[in-house]
Design a protein. Structure first.
Length: 105
């Protein structure tokens, strides 16, 4: 599974291993690096209300979101169809570019 949950001393995190995802080619074609920072930006743009409730500790190799288990489960539900769908990534990136959003990848 690409998306995993972790629990350490009552702190919850969701991790998405970047790279080797079905949507990577679409990310690259859009001029971005398919790394943890890109995916964090995508979350921040596509689901801003959810992202506002989360903390992030992403790095090149993974997206890492920190928060309540409920919010992380909601993020997982939102992300799973996107990471496996190049067309969904293209659509979100196009909306982000139109809105002037800048990915930090």
């Amino acid at each position: 599974m690409t998306i995993t949950f972790h629990d350490f001393d009552g702190e919850h995190s969701l991790r998405l291993a970047a790279g080797d995802l079905a949507a990577d080619a679409a990310v690259i074609a859009a001029g971005h690096e398919p790394n943890g920072y890109f995916w964090e930006g995508l979350v921040r743009f596509a689901w801003p209300d959810l992202a506002e409730r989360l903390g992030f500790d992403s790095e090149g190799g993974m997206l890492c979101a920190l928060g309540s288990l409920r919010d992380l489960e909601q993020l997982k539900t939102a992300l799973e169809p996107v990471i496996s769908s190049p067309s969904a990534v293209r659509e979100i990136v196009a909306r982000a570019e139109t809105a002037g959003f800048e990915f930090d990848d």
